[in-house]
Design a protein around this ligand. Structure first.
Ligand code: FEO
Length: 170
């Protein structure tokens, strides 16, 4: 049995992960509308990964006989006025998600729920990678975004990203 507070936090996080997918689809739509299909591809894959995160958390709850309650997903909150806006909003969002994962970890730690801590270890690592990737994209856009040829190359690079299923097996 999962601790009530830990279960509540994971249940809420499921919604947050689906929201993350929604937010990244919003970014993908922005780039599609502005002719940057590589960036759109990158965020489509990002959205798939977020859905994977939600599914892993659902599976974890179910493996531990904890009921899952799905809530409504909020409208994506990010005003996108230029090619940099999604990237900055993405980094800010990932930092927020890291803080949420840390809060669940802390709740699990407080009740000596080592199983949940071990489950969350993968997410802690994943958040580190997501923040690094989001920060790298901002640096690249700062360096190359104002030059059309370089932006084209960067878009090609983003378009080469392929989806891979998460390495975490439950
Ligand atoms: Fe599920 Fe991007 O964190």
């Amino acid at each position: 049995m999962l601790d009530k507070k830990v279960a509540e936090l994971i249940n809420t996080q499921i919604n947050k992960e689906f929201y993350s997918a929604y937010l990244y689809l919003h970014f993908s739509n922005y780039y599609t509308e502005h002719g940057l299909n590589g960036f759109a591809n990158w965020y489509n894959i990002q959205a798939q990964e977020e859905r994977d995160h939600a599914m892993l958390m659902m599976q974890y709850m179910q493996n531990n006989d904890a009921p899952v309650t799905l809530e409504g997903i909020d409208k994506p909150q990010a005003e996108l006025n230029n090619n940099m806006d999604p990237l900055r909003a993405g980094l800010e969002h990932e930092c927020y998600v890291t803080s949420l994962i840390n809060t669940i970890y802390e709740a699990a730690y407080n009740v000596k729920d080592f199983r949940t801590m071990q489950f969350l270890d993968w997410f802690v690592k994943e958040q580190g990678e997501e923040e690094t990737n989001a920060g790298d994209l901002i640096k690249k856009m700062e360096l190359f975004g104002s030059d059309p040829k370089s932006l084209y190359m960067l878009d090609q690079e983003m378009g080469a990203r392929v989806y891979t299923a998460p390495s975490l097996v439950l």
